[in-house]
Design a binder for this molecule. Structure first.
Ligand code: IVH
Length: 694
């Protein structure tokens, strides 16, 4: 078998590595290790980001990466442009350079109906002088932005946007931050690496990443991206590559420009080659015979569209044979050998009939456009979110406006833009009410968001809180859905989450649409939920502002019991790297509130179990410690051993990669440096507390 050195290295990984102290390495040893590590890390990037099948743990990967960084810091003369450390850290640019594409980057003709596709096939056959079935490669049309990657002797040297097809912008630094783009092509024995290889592909942002990005922007009061394509384009065209690096961009490669030294016969062969040298190619590319096959593929993909974690706006049909492609040629700016067969658009035009305000669990008011019903991408929508007042002002949405609405993946439909040309003058501006539409309490504004101040006296907040509490990932009360919650709250049976456990059959039966059996089923499900399998579920269920599933896990891990968490101080909470000052304040104030303490007590009384979490080994997973000064109750070695036993690491020097500096008696220069860098310091006592020793 034909293994790359990366693969060979991966095989050796089971062996415990013992690294020599960097200061004692000779130059030759350092160069060799830097080279090997670089190759090895690049290979793991490929396994993780391209094949999506890693062969080592994240922690092991981090260890390799840190070792390489440390080596390169000491031996900067051996840093190569394809080193994995070179993906990040480039300086912001003043402006992008211009890149001329050697072979123009063409666009595609679009088809929207089967007739147009049949017509395309007829023309292809006519021009090729054949009546037989044509072999077509069919692939998803990714909704992102086209780029070109230039490899010289296997090294990634330049990357550009498509621009106008003839010249684009030089976004090399930004493309380097995308982990699925190899900085060096994989070399396998049988595969020649061409002197020059121009690769074309589509950079995109996965739907999950898009949603996360918009959520963060909403929190910071920044304008939101309308769809993943705009977000990808905005992210790639950043002058500061650090911003690009923070966005989870990805790529699918679908073609080539200039290739020197290799001849391909078909499109499929080209893609197979790209895949073999480590580039990411969409796994759903298929070869079909005849245009019927392409149409069947279109139907299949349109069905799967919602399941994909990236946006697809159609399929691309390409004549597979490159010699046939050549015969067919190009007309104006589109090839005659390819066609984009689009899906039903996910954007439509409709009218805003009204703007209503919804109240969420935290009291946040969300303006929602009530629309003239319209079908978007196969689904009828009647409402679309307007996010907040700033977004309404930015887009200048008014009641009566004609607007463009869009759906992206399973994201809630939203109003993208207003068609101002269609205004008649009768449109009405909207402003947030100063009283909550559900309970009449005062509304306060915090940043971009307006909040109802009614707390749980507001029925809308109460209903959402209970919905969250009963949810699958919280207390998981099967059958306690939205409508029932509305009924129970409206009837005054539930006034806080704990009341759920005090529901009585006779009270439920007094309500409409309930029968003996359904009431019993619900009560059984409620009873069952009294035993949450993990503490983190209960913490999450409480619905503390800013505490999602991940933080609930972190808190359960750190505090082991609800009791401990209830007594946690602001300082203890902010010591946890994942928790910022705002969330820490939210947690402290949540448990400080009399009402919440009463609800927790009610839960305990009614028999809800509050699981305890045993502190596990590994609570310091991946945390890096530095010690300075003399510790009193421990030797330095003992302290290091304790850290390592809990999954942490120790370093001899202070750098940005260090999480905690433990300060003993008479600390030395490391203390001064750490102070300058504003690093997190721990006293011996705090350190022991972190380890559960005090
Ligand atoms: S092939 C000459 N394949 O669609 C053929 N394009 O309208 C050039 N696109 O600029 C493109 N997925 O940004 C091709 N699988 C795919 C594609 C794809 C998305 C985009 C690309 C191009 C645009 C053409």
């Amino acid at each position: 078998m034909d293994l790359t050195s990366g693969e060979l290295c991966a095989k050796k990984l089971d062996m415990q590595r013992s690294w020599k102290d960097i200061k004692r390495l000779t130059e030759d040893e350092a160069r060799e290790e830097i080279e090997k590590l670089g190759e090895e890390i690049n290979y793991h990037n490929y396994r993780y980001y391209v094949l999506q099948s890693p062969v080592i743990s994240d922690a092991e990967y981090d260890r390799l990466f840190r070792r390489l960084q440390a080596l390169e810091e000491h031996f900067p003369q051996f840093v190569t442009p394809d080193s994995p450390t070179q993906r990040i850290g480039a300086r912001p640019l003043e402006e992008f350079g211009v890149v001329k594409h050697t072979v123009p980057m063409l666009s595609l003709n679009n088809a929207f109906t089967e007739e147009e596709v049949v017509e395309f096939d007829r023309r292809v056959k006519k021009l090729l002088g054949t009546t037989g079935d044509i072999e077509y490669a069919v692939e998803p049309k990714i909704d992102g932005l086209a780029v070109e990657l230039i490899y010289v002797d296997g090294l990634f040297v330049q990357g550009a946007t498509r621009g106008d097809g003839y010249t684009g912008e030089d976004v090399t630094q930004n493309l380097k931050t995308i982990r699925s783009i190899p900085l060096k092509l994989l070399s396998r024995k049988k595969l020649p690496i061409p002197r020059k290889l121009e690769v074309r592909g589509e950079v995109y942002l996965a739907i999950e990443g898009f949603k996360r990005l918009n959520k963060e922007r909403e929190k910071r009061g920044e304008p939101l991206f309308a769809n993943p394509r705009n977000a990808a384009s905005g992210s790639l065209r950043q002058l500061d590559p650090r911003i690009t690096a923070s966005r989870p961009l990805d790529i699918f490669c679908y073609g080539v420009g200039v290739v020197e030294g290799i001849e391909f016969r078909t499109h499929m062969e080209t893609l197979a080659y790209l895949k073999d040298v480590g580039l990411k190619v969409n796994p759903m590319v298929e070869l079909v015979k005849g245009i019927e096959g392409a149409m069947e593929y279109h139907r299949r993909l349109e069905h799967m569209r919602e399941e994909l974690d990236y946006e697809v706006d159609g399929i691309v049909i390409k004549v597979n044979s490159l010699s046939q492609q050549e015969t067919l040629g190009v007309l104006s700016r589109s090839p005659r050998w390819a066609l984009a067969y689009k899906f039903a658009p996910k954007e439509e035009t409709t009218i805003v009939k009204d703007i209503k305000v919804g109240v969420g669990r935290t009291g946040a008011l969300t303006p929602v456009a009530v629309l003239e019903p319209v079908e978007v991408g196969g689904v009828t929508i009647e409402r679309a979110t307007l996010h907040n007042q700033d977004e309404i002002d930015r887009k200048d949405v008014r009641i009566g406006d004609a607007v463009v609405v869009a759906r992206a993946g399973d994201v809630i439909p939203e109003v993208v833009s207003v068609i101002k040309d269609r205004r008649t003058g009768g449109e009405k501006r909207f402003t947030m009410p100063d009283r909550c539409p559900e309970c009449g309490s005062r509304v306060e504004r915090d940043g971009a968001i307006h909040y109802c101040t009614g707390g749980l006296t507001c029925p809308a907040q109460l209903k959402e809180t209970i919905r969250h509490f009963a949810g699958k990932r919280a207390m998981d009360i099967e059958g306690l859905g939205g409508k029932h919650i509305d009924q129970f709250v409206n009837a005054g049976l539930i006034k806080d989450v704990a009341d759920t456990y005090y529901l009585k059959k006779e009270d439920i039966l007094k309500l409409e649409r309930w029968a003996e059996k359904s009431a019993e089923n619900l009560l059984r499900a409620i009873e069952k939920s009294k035993e949450p399998p993990e503490l983190s579920r209960l913490i999450f269920a409480l619905g503390i502002k800013g505490v999602g599933e991940h933080l609930a896990d972190v808190l359960a891990e750190r505090f082991s019991s609800l009791e401990n968490l209830m007594n946690a101080t602001y300082d203890e909470l902010t010591e946890i790297p994942e928790i910022g000052p705002e969330t820490a304040r939210n947690i402290v104030s949540f448990f400080g509130e009399e009402h919440n303490r009463r609800v927790i007590e009610k839960l305990r009384k009614v028999g809800v179990r509050f699981p305890q979490k045993r502190p596990e080994a590994g609570r310091l997973k991946d945390r890096v410690f530095v010690f300075t000064g003399t510790l009193e109750g421990l030797t330095r070695d003992e302290a290091k051993e304790l850290v390592e036993r809990e999954g942490g690491r120790c370093s001899d020097s202070v750098s940005k990669r260090v999480d905690f500096v433990v300060v003993g008696k008479e600390p030395g220069s490391k203390y001064e440096k750490a102070k300058k860098l504003g690093m997190k310091m721990l006293s011996e006592k705090e350190f022991k507390k972190m380890l559960g020793l005090e």
